[in-house]
Design a protein around this ligand. Structure first.
Ligand SMILES: Cc1cc2nc3c(=O)[nH]c(=O)nc-3n(C[C@H](O)[C@H](O)[C@H](O)COP(=O)(O)OP(=O)(O)OC[C@H]3O[C@@H](n4cnc5c(N)ncnc54)[C@H](O)[C@@H]3O)c2cc1C
Length: 457
């Protein structure tokens, strides 16, 4: 990076923009972070009230990178960090109206009623199945080819609903699940890849990513963006929506509205970390083709419905992370996590809490119901699946009109365009959950890599 203090604008105060701004500031640069809302955090929103702790966006994330672990330590948040309760390793999937534990060990896989004997035996053939052709196939086609229909319906479909609120028929294997895709490419089989990968990791003394621990903070996910905002301090400009970016000879000009008042400022460099639609309108004048691709990214709506019950009013023991619902089961919710089992302090003494997800690509129309109907729908489903003796004593909900970007087939082309834009406009950088993965951990890793790239050029 240039020796002189570089002025950098970071656009977007979600976790991507905040972590990038923090790391850039530490490098000694003059940072201005523009956030259009009156608070930072983006998708991360926590509310603590009446003894409940509600996370309306991410409830937890995985400790997937050393960058993330280091960041938390450096911010002094180690004491706030909490790992998922041991019980939450148990996860359920709905089949024929019952909750079946996801088999985590070979023994439980052999005895589970989640998959038929035929599918279980079929798995033995997986190492001998030829690799999929082409480099961009849907996750559904990939799984059907390697593992068969039943694994698609009762493992992958609900898993994808839980992570992306998405549709495996549309999601791209290589863009949305690059590690899975790489296993097949490198080893020719998922099973051989799992064994080979484990051996290689052992040699390199690494921990498998799929064993990464799930964590949050005692006071909810918002702790992280709030602490970052505290560190960045006066570098953050709230209620400031960037409207246009102009490329100048020696930097960029940003036109923005702050409290609806027009303003303009110049910077040496710009890092953008906002969703694809606002990004499209910003970069439209720079590259209309790129803007059109960005506009085509689909974000399904998701409603998050949080309900608190007296523990004695819930019939089934909440002895796990929660459950996911396969599409083939034809239910009205995507899944429900048992928030008070996973982390302590999410519900008052003697009470339990569920966070239930509705909508996604599967049933976007369900999010359009009014709140009374939506709540009834969730209570009916919970009653059916876990058994309720009474109404909830606490409820909260949030509808996300555009929740999570879908890395559908063809997404690789858009990912290439990010790099193309950065090359075409030196000094412009793009991060955020549209670039390299949608989780909080992925977003932070992408911000970290982007900052490293900025340090090197
Ligand atoms: C309901 C839900 C549940 C989720 N669950 C999980 C989970 O359990 N675990 C997990 O790891 N991940 C989860 N995720 C995904 C994860 O939360 C997000 O992908 C991640 O937080 C995205 O961060 P970001 O900073 O890239 O984007 P965002 O959080 O979208 O932040 C972008 C910011 O940019 C601002 N902005 C937009 N336009 C402009 C503009 N023109 N000028 C200035 N500012 C602008 C926005 O106001 C926003 O604050 C979930 C997401 C949702 C919605």
């Amino acid at each position: 990076m240039k020796d002189k203090k570089t002025s950098i604008a970071v656009i977007g105060g979600g976790i991507s923009g905040l972590t990038a701004a923090y790391w850039l500031m530490k490098k000694g640069h003059s940072i201005t972070l523009f956030e259009k809302k009156s608070q930072v955090g983006g998708s991360i929103i926590t509310e603590r009230t009446e003894g409940y702790l509600v996370d309306y966006g991410p409830n937890s994330t995985l400790e997937t990178s050393t960058a993330l672990t280091e960041l938390i330590r450096e911010l002094g948040l180690e004491g706030q960090k909490i790992y998922g309760n041991e019980a939450s390793n148990k996860r359920y999937i709905v089949r024929d109206g019952n909750l079946h534990p996801v088999p985590m060990k070979p023994g439980s896989f052999l005895t589970t009623r989640l998959f038929s004997l035929r599918s279980k035996l079929g798995l033995l053939m997986e190492p001998f199945i030829r690799p999929t052709a082409g480099d961009d196939i849907s996750l559904a086609d990939f799984v059907r080819h390697r593992l068969g229909d039943e694994f698609l319906d009762y493992a992958i479909n609900p898993f994808v609903a839980g992570v992306y609120a998405g549709d495996p028929e549309k999601l791209s294997t290589s863009a949305a699940f690059p590690k899975l895709y790489a296993l097949e490419k490198k080893y020719g089989s998922l099973i051989r890849g799992a064994i080979g990968g484990a051996r290689e990791r052992k040699k390199r003394n690494e921990v498998a990513k799929d064993r990464a621990k799930l964590f949050s903070f005692r006071d909810g996910m918002e702790v992280l963006p709030n602490k970052l905002a505290e560190k960045i301090g006066s570098g953050i400009v709230l209620n400031a929506e960037i409207k246009k970016i102009f490329s100048l000879e020696d930097g960029f000009q940003l036109d923005y509205l702050q409290h609806n008042k027009a303003a303009r400022e110049n910077f040496d460099r710009v890092l953008v970390a906002i969703p694809s639609k606002p990004l499209a309108s910003l970069v439209g004048p720079l590259n209309p083709g790129f803007a059109a691709e960005l506009k085509s990214i689909y974000y399904p709506p998701v409603a998050v419905v949080f309900t608190g019950f007296r523990a004695s009013d819930v019939i089934r023991p909440l002895d796990g992370f929660g459950f996911l619902v396969p599409e083939i089961e034809r239910r009205q919710i995507l899944g429900s996590i048992w928030s008070s089992t996973i982390f302590p302090g999410r519900a008052p003494e003697g009470h339990v809490a569920f966070t239930t997800f509705v909508g996604g690509t599967r049933q976007p129309e369900n999010t359009e119901m009014n709140e009374t109907l939506l709540l009834k729908l969730v209570i009916d489903e919970l009653n059916d699946l876990v058994g309720l003796r009474n109404e909830p004593v606490f409820t909260r909900m949030k509808k996300w009109a555009e929740a999570i970007p879908q890395y559908n087939v063809g997404y690789g082309k858009i990912q290439d365009l990010f790099t193309h834009m950065e090359n075409e406009f030196p000094g412009l950088f793009i991060a955020g959950n549209i670039r390299k993965g949608i989780s909080v951990g992925d977003s932070i890793l992408c911000a970290h890599e982007t900052v490293q790239k900025m340090n090197e050029t």
